[in-house]
Ligand binder design. Structure first.
Ligand SMILES: [Zn+2]
Length: 248
């Protein structure tokens, strides 16, 4: 046993590690530091997400005038908050850093209005939903809009099939086989929501995308918040509802 102050304690080493990664992330967007932050905070949790430096620095980055680091900071902060909500089944991390979360959310809403790139815009919307914390399936929802497909399970209680819901250049349909692997498979057309009939989250995101000048995202959202038909059992189901169900 030792009480010597010259022997670094584990939490001192962790603080030094986090500090070094954040300093590198602030100065160089393309550095390995961002990938290491994701690994050590999100994937393996070897660094403490409740460290006082973390959300403060991410909020500073989000509020600065560089879009790239701001987007990276917002994405990481949102994902860490949702993960903490789910892992601990409390909102303690959000409450502990409420002022920083409010700063991050304010910054995300400012960047959203000036971001022209479609996918960058979608990831900002994901960050906003994650920072708000009302749903935990924003990543799944936005992933499908960005990649133009959702991989879901049929909601049939017996889990009848894995489904691909395709939304975009390849068409608008549901298939029970990986569409990329076969030319000759049965597909069922999607049933987009009538924009005038959208409610709740779908209504809000659709209106936001139009107001921000992203008509194509708004159109994709009518499919995400519309319905699909399973080619195996012909059950009709809500796409967003199944994204939420498959994200638990
Ligand atoms: Zn089915």
């Amino acid at each position: 046993m030792t009480t010597s102050s010259s022997v670094p304690r584990a939490d001192d080493a962790d603080t030094d590690r986090l500090k070094a990664l954040l300093e590198e992330a602030v100065t160089d967007l393309d550095s390995q530091a961002w990938s290491d932050l994701w690994t050590e905070l999100y994937h393996n949790g070897s660094l403490d997400v409740a460290h006082p430096l973390l959300f403060h620095t991410l909020a500073d980055l989000a509020e600065a005038d560089k879009a790239g680091p701001a987007a990276s900071a917002l994405h990481l902060a949102g994902a860490l908050l949702v993960q903490a909500d789910q892992r601990h089944e409390t909102r303690n991390l959000r409450h502990q850093y409420a002022p920083e979360v409010a700063r991050l959310l304010g910054a995300a809403n400012r960047w959203r209005q000036v971001t022209a790139d479609r996918n960058d815009y979608c990831h900002l919307v994901e960050a906003i939903l994650n920072l708000e914390g009302d749903i935990h399936w924003a990543e799944g929802l936005v992933w499908g809009v960005v990649s133009e497909e959702y991989e879901l399970e049929c909601p049939d209680p017996d889990g009848c099939a894995s489904l691909w819901v395709i939304i975009g250049e390849r068409g608008y349909f549901c298939a029970a086989e990986d569409y990329a692997l076969s030319d000759d498979i049965e597909t069922f057309p999607l049933h987009p929501a009538d924009p005038r009939a959208l409610e709740g989250l779908g209504r809000r995101l659709y209106d936001l995308a139009l107001a921000d000048g992203h008509e194509e995202v708004a159109r994709a959202l009518t499919y995400a918040f519309g319905e699909a038909t399973c080619p195996e059992c012909e059950r009709r189901f809500s796409v967003a509802g199944q994204v939420a169900a498959c994200s638990t």
